[in-house]
Design a protein around this ligand. Sequence first.
Ligand code: E4P
Length: 306
Amino acid sequence: MCQTERGDRVKIFIDTAKLEEIKEANSWGIIDGVTTNPSLIKKTVDSLDKNVSIEKYIEQICREVDGPVSLEVKSQGAQKMIEEAKKLYDLFNHVNDNVVIKIPVNTAMEDDQENYEGIKAIKILEERGIPTNATLIMSPNQAWLAAKAGAAYVSPFLGRIDDYIRNNMGLKAGEDFDKESYFDEDLLERIRSEKAREIIKGDIKEDIGRIYLNEGLTSLSAEVKSGVDVVRKIKRIFENYQFKTEIIAASIRNARQAMEVAEIGAEISTIPFDIITQMIKHYKTQEGMKNFTKDIIPEYDALFKK
Ligand code: E4P
């Protein structure tokens, strides 16, 4: 079967640094790449034998998959990130020619810090032939600028965007919602218009004022409706202007988000191992299996013993 018949224009990356997860999912024939970040590396190294060399471990990850392996830099200034990117590239790209460097789209941690260091680094690395994955993308505008600077990939963080929207509505993770729960943007839209209807009294100016300032709708309004919506908007912008940059839907927290970004046409989804596992499960499939197995008649069974 040729690659296009297997849907090679939509790719699945595994969002983990754990080699055993990468190997297992790769053996199922569904993995096209790997994404890591410093937190995923920390989680993995914490669970490893102290004598394992991280360099050798990352080499094994690169060897395991033929598709892109994203490795992230650690500094904030453009020059430092470029040096680190080169270091990571020199250390690991020779293994399987598949290293992509993750650069945060904006490395500022405070308002008074430089905002364009990530973009600068992306531009220079791409000019030097080192492919980049613009990470920590939380808005369509950030993706647009990263693509303009030449990023090979942009990674919108769906789960974290949903968390942010829910937090702005006064909801707390762990108390009011589970991080893994699906965030329903349609439900939010319905609540928003219902609330707006309740507020409308007749005078447009006063009503607008009431809606946006006084009666709590501000917390429900956002430039984007959800993490999935960010992917939808990025896709539209990239298509409008024929950017070659590919979207990696990241920070995926449940199987429904994975399905929705595939429907939208994100070229890639990077998915944690446990969610890849959820994607294959269905109660009715299990039930069907029980019934088929129960209905095997001896004559049919005998065919397999010939
Ligand atoms: C992948 O590129 C990202 O680093 C990852 O998906 C972040 O996921 P999280 O928001 O669940 O930490």
